[in-house]
Design a binder for this molecule. Structure first.
Ligand code: DX5
Ligand code: ZN
Length: 216
């Protein structure tokens, strides 16, 4: 499949969020990545439901909601109601992952599982057939604008091999430090969704930068 680009609004100008959502609407990007941080699972707090609802009101593209929160089961319905099309939870933050995945699907959303940089891909062995998406963190979650971790390439290759035999439609999403330098190698390794925050929003031609990522 052709890969997807998901600009992360964590790097948007929150005082001009409508403008930045409209930029993504106009762009070639396919998804909008929405980072939720609770100050517990990660050492930072981003934003909550009123902001996601406001984003959803203006967004013309699916919201790809990345929950960096402990015990995400408590809030799945609230995020689905706020407009999430994809809900991704962290394997490190979820005790009954199979139940959580089922709950996300029952809400009508695509279900994703995220792995921190230190978490081996084999953690997905017994859930890979049940999920729509696996997100490999290529930085430690919590902040935008961090340096890409090179070990990610190896993890993509391993996950791609597992997906080929068990779930060929799996979306493999890479999140953190993605740019035009590393994106070609990420795609070659088997990634098919790339999140980009700072690389897009710090560009002085955001639409052109998105187009370059889409056209790789
Ligand atoms: C990090 C978030 C990422 C972040 C990516 O915790 O999950 O989605 O917004 O931002 P960049 O592309 O700037 O690393
Ligand atoms: Zn994210």
């Amino acid at each position: 499949m052709k890969h997807l680009i998901a600009p992360s609004i964590l790097a948007a100008d929150f005082a001009n969020l409508q403008r930045d959502i409209e930029m993504i609407n106009e762009s070639d990007a396919q998804w909008i990545h929405v980072d939720i941080m609770d100050g517990l699972f990660v050492p930072n707090i981003s934003f909550g439901f009123p902001v996601v609802e406001a984003v959803n009101k203006h967004a013309k593209k699916p919201l790809d909601v990345h929950l960096m929160i402990v015990d995400p089961d408590r809030y799945l319905k609230a995020f689905a109601d706020a407009g999430a099309a994809v809900i991704t939870v962290h394997v490190e933050a979820t005790t009954h992952l199979h139940r959580t995945i089922r709950a996300i699907k029952e809400l009508g959303c695509k279900a994703g599982v995220a792995l921190n940089p230190h978490t081996p891909v084999n953690q997905l062995e017994d859930i890979i057939e049940d999920i729509d998406l696996a997100l490999i963190m290529s930085v430690n979650p919590g902040f935008g604008g961090q340096k890409f971790i090179n070990n990610t390439y190896k993890k993509i290759v391993q996950l791609k091999a597992m997906a080929t035999s068990k779930n060929p439609d799996l979306l493999i999403e890479i999140d953190g430090g993605v740019n035009l330098q590393n994106a070609p190698q990420l795609l070659a390794a088997g990634a098919n969704v790339l999140v980009a925050g700072n690389f897009v929003f710090s560009s002085n031609n955001q639409l052109a930068t998105i187009k370059e990522l889409v056209n790789l």
